[in-house]
Every structure is written in C-alpha cells, then in structure tokens.
Write a protein that binds this ligand. Structure first.
Ligand SMILES: *Cc1c(COP(=O)(O)O)cnc(C)c1O
Length: 469
C-alpha cells in the first residue's frame, strides 16, 4: 500500500507551471535581440554556477524555472536570434514548439505500429505531404515500394543509406571489395557514416570538384571505371545538393548515370538546401533526383521545424529493411506479423523513436504552403541583396556565386584580414557568422535562414560589413 503520495506535480501545479513556461518562452523570444548572439561566458563558468547536488527533497518547479532564467539562459548561444548567420540555420517556430510539447505530453514510444498506431500513420502521411509540397519524385511515396521516415539527423539517415547500399551489394561477404564515392566537399557525416559501417578510409573515394565546388562527374566516372577494372565493387555514390561549405550543387543527372552504370546505390544529401524545393522556382536544384535510391533533407534546418526532424526517403524500402530489421520474440505482434503495417524501427538504427511527425504536421498546417514559400523566398532574396552589397565593397569579394541563401566571401587582404573581420563582426554581439576554407583560402559564410531573420537584419549585417571590413 502506498503510504506517501507520489511526488508528482498535481495537475493544477502542472497547468500553472506550464502556462508560466510558455510565457517564459514567449518573453525569451521577444527579448532575444537585446542579447548578444554568443554569450559572454568562459569555459566551465556555467557548470560552476549550478547547484552541485540533487536535492534530497524535491524543490518547487518555480525554483527550477528561476534557475533556467538565472543560470542557463545567460549561457545560451541564441540560435533563434535573427542575427544568427552561422553554420546553417536551426529553425524553430511556435507551431513546432507546441507540437513538441504535445509529443512530450503523450510520452509515447513509436518503434512499432502497434506501440502507437497514430505515431506511425501520421509520419507516413506527413512524409507523403512533403513529397507533394516539395515536388519530390513519386518513387518516394509510401504507396509504392518506397516511402519516407523521420530520423533524428541527416547523419543518421545517410548512415542508413550506407548500410542498405553496403548490404545490397553483398555485405560482409564482399566488404573489402566495396567502394563508396562522394565529393571532397561532401559533409563530414558521410565519412563518419562510412567508417561506422565498417569500411576502411581507403574504401571511400573523395571525388574532385569543379571550379564551383560541385562534384566533377568525369572524375567520378574515371574513379568508378578504375575500380571496376581492379575487380572492386562500387556500392554507393553520395551526391550533395547544397554543400555545407559553399552550397554547391552536384550534377545529379550525370552522377546518376555513372551510379546506374556501375549498379551503385545513389544517395542524395540535401540536408540544408532541400527545404527550398517547397518553392517551385528553386526546384531545379533537385533535377535528376528521380534516379536516386534515397534522399534526405532537414526540415529542422530551414523549414521552421524544431530540431530534430530529418526527412529520409527511399525508392525501395526492401534493402533498408533487409539491412536493419531484426525481430526478437518480445516485439512480435499480430499487426507486424500481418505485414500490413510499417514498423519504423526497421527504418533506422535505434529501436526507440519519438513522435516527431507531430511538430512537422503542426508546421505544415499552420504556415501552409504559402507561408513556407514566403519564408524561403524572403531569405533567398535577402541573400542576393547581401551578395550585391559585398560585390560593391572593394575590400570584399564573393568566394562563390551565392547559393540560394548562402553567401560566401573573402577579404581581399587575405586570410588574416578575413579572420579579423569575423572576430570583429561576432564581437558586436549583433550577428554570428562562421567560416570555412575553399581552395585553401579563409572564407566567411553567411547562412540566411533564421526563423525570425528578415531582410532588415541582413541589411544591418551589410552595414556592419561596410564599417568593419
Ligand atoms: C547539416 C548537414 C548535414 C548534417 O545534418 P545533421 O542533421 O546535423 O546530421 C549533412 N549534410 C549536409 C549537406 C549538411 O549541410
């Protein structure tokens, strides 16, 4: 018999604290522009300020919230600050936050259809909706052999593509002979995924790029041909639509032809740029995608959906399931045995999974296609204006043509001047930029795309560049 009541919040305390928390978030976002984008903290400073033990007796939730305000918020890098131009954007929006909240409230585990039918069915549905609004090839729809799944990150999705491609080509029996191809500009996650999949570094071929940092298909063709001549097995080509350094677009049609000729799986990584396909005017970036075996893009980057939400599509789910499906007795059930349902645990590495489609569904319905298009279009226009301002500045030069909403530029005085400019810009607290290297030269990157970033904020950055360069 229970002698003490359980130490939960009462429903009324939960309700009260919930309202307070939403108020806190709304106020945080309303005041975010008054904060420096990057916090003024030293390593270790935040940890040292935290209560150093778990209290023996639970504390009021108000005290915990007060410590978020006092100890945590001052140490946040404000990704939702409209002056955040670093890396790629990590969008957040009110509908997505509410969807996350309800997901947390359900507290479910969506590993099998039968562990929560609505979790699986909404996810299937929402991914088909993404096929509709982004004009993706029909082969990625769930009503054929293919379909989509939400993963935590593009890195995980690409790992699944690597595993499926590896096993389709013969798996462990021929592992040493398999080869994977991607451009020297592809994301670091591809190298990591290939390593995780059991390949040695020499089994990944880094294909040269052209003057705009896009994969050179003739270099790919030559590498594949040489490997075939050596009796090796090309099992996977990973193409990037919108590279991380500079937003280059690998030429999918030519790459697809080489991959098909060698019997290799073609995976397309459009983690950042893929969201732009919601606008018909930018959909050309996906020309050739109809030949891909798998595709990933991140609504958590530029489609107003909170991290984590990576949309992964396959043209044929069978190789994926062959690679990843393991059925222990304790997870067997009649629905799965009937073969009539999708069990998403077979489409990913972990067993457990969150109800992520809810936040995406909230976003799609709340913004509508029109709202999503306006979000992307506005940023692309603002980036183009910024590129114009940079071109007009004699101390700066574009390092690559502007790619959608990514602008890459250099200081004409060289690397040190570029590094100093980045430091000076970020020291204003009004903006945060990051850098890369292209052709071994230091390049500043401006990734326009924050949920609250407007052309005014981009204009302010252009003014800062004029002052500080
Ligand atoms: C951001 C990015 C990734 C990694 O995305 P995660 O979801 O963080 O794993 C992969 N590929 C490209 C091209 C990216 O820009």
């Amino acid at each position: 018999m229970l002698t003490e009541p359980p130490h939960h919040l009462t429903p009324e305390e939960f309700r009260e604290a919930g309202y307070v928390t939403i108020d806190w978030i709304v106020d945080y976002l309303a005041g975010i522009e008054d904060q420096p984008v990057f916090p003024a903290v030293e390593p270790g400073q935040i940890r040292a300020s935290l209560p150093d033990a778990v209290p023996e007796v639970g504390e009021p939730i108000e005290d915990v919230l007060a410590d978020v305000d006092r100890l945590i918020a001052p140490g946040i890098t404000h990704w939702q600050h409209p002056g955040f131009f670093g890396y790629f954007p990590g969008n957040s929006s009110a509908p997505a936050v509410l969807g996350e909240l309800i997901s947390a409230g359900f507290g479910i585990q969506g590993m099998l259809w039968s562990t929560s039918p609505a979790c699986t069915e909404l996810e299937i549905h929402v991914l088909d909706l993404l096929v509709d609004i982004c004009g993706l090839p029909d082969r990625f729809r769930s009503d054929g052999p293919g379909g989509g799944v939400i993963q935590d990150s593009a890195s995980s999705a690409s790992l699944c593509a690597v595993l499926a491609a590896r096993d389709r080509a013969g798996g462990a029996a021929v592992l040493a002979d398999l080869r994977v191809y991607t451009s020297s500009q592809s994301h670091s996650s591809i190298e990591k995924d290939v390593r995780v999949a059991g390949f040695g570094a020499h089994q990944l071929r880094a294909i040269d790029t052209d003057g705009d940092y896009a994969m050179d298909p003739s270099a790919l063709r030559a590498a594949v041909k040489a490997d075939l001549a050596d009796g090796l097995i090309p099992c996977l080509v990973v193409a990037t639509v919108g590279t991380t350094s500079s937003g280059a677009f690998d030429p999918l049609p030519e790459i697809a032809e080489v991959a098909a000729g060698a019997g290799a799986w073609l995976h397309v990584d459009a983690a950042w740029a893929g969201s732009a396909a919601v606008c018909p005017e930018y959909r050309w970036i996906l020309a050739g995608l109809e030949h891909a075996d798998s595709y990933v893009f991140n609504p958590h980057k530029w489609m107003l959906t909170n991290f984590d939400c990576s949309a992964f599509f396959v043209a044929d789910r069978k190789p994926l399931l062959d690679s990843l499906s393991v059925v222990p007795e304790y997870l067997r059930n009649t629905a799965s045995d009937s073969g009539e349902v999708i069990d998403y645990r077979d489409w990913q590495v972990p067993l457990g999974r969150r109800f992520r489609s809810l936040k995406l569904w909230f976003v799609l319905r709340s913004y509508g296609v029109e709202g999503l298009r306006a979000h992307i279009h506005h940023h692309v226009e603002a980036a183009s204006e910024l590129a114009g301002r940079i071109s007009a500045n004699p101390r700066l030069e574009l390092a690559t043509p502007v790619s959608l909403a990514l602008v890459c530029f250099r200081h004409v005085d060289g690397d040190v001047a570029g590094e100093n400019l980045l430091t000076a810009l970020n020291a204003t607290g009004e903006v945060l930029l990051t850098h890369t290297r292209l052709s071994d030269r230091y390049v500043l990157r401006v990734a326009v795309g924050g949920s609250r970033t407007t052309s005014d904020h981009v204009g302010r950055l252009a003014d800062l560049l004029d002052d500080l360069a």
